[in-house]
Write a protein that binds this ligand. Structure first.
Ligand SMILES: Cc1cc2nc3c(=O)[nH]c(=O)nc-3n(C[C@H](O)[C@H](O)[C@H](O)COP(=O)(O)OP(=O)(O)OC[C@H]3O[C@@H](n4cnc5c(N)ncnc54)[C@H](O)[C@@H]3O)c2cc1C
Ligand code: SF4
Length: 562
């Protein structure tokens, strides 16, 4: 075998690609992972553990750096400890025909290094909604098809959670949950008594609360509740590709990992009707290269995978590989959000919490479950949490001397905030496409986003803010402030669609195995494959589909079919 020939090429090493690499390498395949990001090896996290006084700007980011990251600077984790994990927007432009916030990672490991770790299974209803209300195209799979793959992925990832027995949020294979704090325990009682259809449960997060043998073997240990996760964590206590999947792949001896490699095109051979490999640019030297494999997995993240596929043009597929029916780039979705409420919790001034718990509370979807709500289709859940105000006010507050220091060291009142994440509808007209002339500095055509929300999303966000306020009211909070700041698509960082799975080649890009209808050795297993978005955070579901697709590809390769 030449050194540019592999069994499998995986584009992207984030949540989906990292897991694909682990599975293929463990099955014995000679696997190449190509990633556009800089190499970040587990344990080499340059701002981990640093205090503000060890940072040149005390953790804040000077305006000149922000100018280079004018999109990324809006993400809630953006600061001087994390900005090197996010892309330079000047070097990686895109065009927004309509506003779309595209948050992207700058490193190997992708957004798995900086994600919020919230991990929920999709429900039976989530895979049926398109069919039931007629929006989008029907999924070719149901919950029962994917459940065994959640069972496989979750123990490896390590997810802390409580067993609740809810149809709307199926239980998984959990480590012990991070406990609710004293305020949350009392709020749970009041809210569940007043609203029997609403459940107030510990957030399910990818943190090791009780590491198992397979975690310890990879050097991953128990979470220390420092809540500095997006800087990277040498304890390996939250799941990332860098801490878990890539080391698991590497120890097999079957992994080749190339950083700084921007994949631009999937290569296609007309005679065999197969993808033969990919073309990429070494972003440091500018050199253009080609690599070859029996099977190609696209895991570059939703929009980036679609961009590469659209740019993979040939005589057979002038509009992008496998794109005979103008389906590629269609049905782009994200969660709609921006609705919620916050309030002050009276009392509990003798109570505090220990550590900085890296999770909070989740309130699963309760709208349009059985009974129709009437004002919108589908539903939303809330991510929430109670904490005491700390010393941060003092950064801009005035004061000096002993009395000021004492004041700063006292915690303030308790507050509780609820943020809604809603299921937006799949719409054919919401799309991305390639700019006809503009390219980035490595020669990749720019992506154009043409995605917008509709009345359904606006009505849902309004309802989020009303129901959040009424729950806080029922729990006895004061100074309740509902908010309704609907962010543009992309703002929830849960973008999906563009190369959807479906039943028919005329209306979808992939079949039920994440396999391109027209190019059988080409798979897409990141969020691009999704035909709807549910209302829960999606990444664990990307991984479950990836695991299932690898298993299928393995069988097909063994039988000589691909
Ligand atoms: C701040 C934040 C919080 C989040 N919180 C949560 C959460 O709590 N729960 C949840 O489920 N999800 C969360 N997400 C979303 C989650 O991170 C993504 O859904 C997930 O990482 C997507 O996985 P992926 O494999 O598709 O893409 P990524 O993880 O982004 O990986 C894609 C990889 O492909 C590489 N790549 C891109 N283009 C190319 C190219 N042309 N050539 C080569 N390589 C390329 C990138 O460098 C990257 O490494 C959050 C995201 C952010 C930013
Ligand atoms: S909270 Fe846990 S996972 Fe996050 S940085 Fe701290 S130890 Fe690591």
């Amino acid at each position: 075998m030449n050194n540019n020939e592999f069994d499998v090429i995986i584009v992207g090493s984030g949540m989906s690609g990292g897991y694909a690499a682990k599975e293929f390498c463990e099955k014995g395949y000679n696997t190449l992972v190509l990633d556009r990001g800089e190499m970040v090896r587990h344990g080499q996290y340059k701002t981990e553990g640093k205090a503000p006084w060890q940072m040149p700007f005390r953790g804040d980011v000077p305006e000149e750096f922000k100018a280079e990251q004018h999109i990324q600077k809006e993400v809630y984790i953006y600061n001087d400890y994390t900005r090197h994990h996010l892309i330079n927007d000047k070097d990686h432009p895109y065009e927004q025909k309509k506003p779309f916030i595209w948050y992207r990672s700058a490193t190997v490991g992708g957004k798995s290094l900086i994600w919020g770790r919230q991990s929920y299974r999709w429900s039976k209803l989530d895979f049926q909604s398109n069919k039931l209300d007629g929006n989008g195209i029907d999924w070719p799979v149901r919950y029962e098809d994917i459940a065994p793959w959640y069972d496989r992925v979750e123990p490896f990832v390590g997810i802390s959670g409580s067993y609740e027995g809810l149809d709307v949020l199926p239980d998984g294979k959990f480590l012990p949950a991070l406990p609710l704090n004293v305020v949350e325990r009392d709020m749970k009682k009041k809210i569940e008594q007043t609203f029997p259809d609403r459940h107030f449960i510990p957030a399910r997060v990818a943190h090791l609360t009780q590491p198992q043998k397979q975690h310890l073997e990879l050097g991953r240990v128990q979470c220390q509740a420092r809540s500095e996760c997006p800087r990277g964590c040498s304890f390996g206590a939250y799941y990332s590709s860098n801490s878990a999947a890539l080391p698991a792949a590497e120890r097999t001896g079957n992994l080749t990992l190339v950083a700084d490699g921007q994949v631009q095109e999937v290569l296609y051979d007309k005679a065999s009707g197969r993808a033969t490999g990919v073309a990429y640019v070494d972003m440091r030297s500018g050199e253009r290269k080609q690599v070859f494999a029996r099977t190609v997995f696209m895991c570059a993240s939703t929009l980036a995978s679609v961009q590469i596929l659209l740019n993979s043009k040939s005589e057979t597929f002038p509009e992008g590989i496998g794109n005979r029916f103008d389906v590629l780039g269609r049905y782009i979705m994200d969660h709609c959000g921006g609705g919620g409420a916050s309030g002050m919790v009276p009392g509990y001034l003798e109570d505090y919490y220990k550590g900085r718990r890296p999770g909070g509370v989740y309130i699963p979807r309760f709208r349009n479950i059985g009974k129709k709500h009437g004002k919108f289709e589908r539903g939303y859940g809330f991510q929430c949490g109670a904490s005491r105000a700390g010393w941060h006010w003092a950064k801009s507050g005035k004061g000096i001397g002993k009395a000021f220091k004492e004041k700063v060291s006292q915690p303030g009142n308790w507050y509780f905030t609820m943020w809604g994440f809603g299921e937006s509808l799949p719409r054919y007209e919401n799309r991305v496409y390639l700019h006809p002339t503009k390219k980035d500095k490595w020669g990749m055509p720019l992506l154009v986003t043409d995605v917008t929300y509709g009345e359904n999303e606006s009505a849902m966000v309004k309802d989020m803010s009303e129901t959040a306020a009424e729950m806080l009211q029922a729990a006895g909070l004061k100074n309740i402030r509902p908010f309704e700041g609907e962010a543009p698509p992309g703002g929830a960082i849960h973008e999906m669609g563009g190369a959807c799975m479906g039943l028919e080649v005329e209306t979808s890009y992939l079949n039920k195995w994440n396999q391109c209808h027209d190019v059988k050795n080409l798979f897409v297993t990141d969020g691009a494959a999704f035909a709807s978005v549910s209302c829960v955070n999606p990444s664990i579901t990307f991984m479950a589909f990836t695991a299932r697709a690898v298993d299928y590809a393995d069988q097909q390769m063994k039988r000589g079919l691909i």
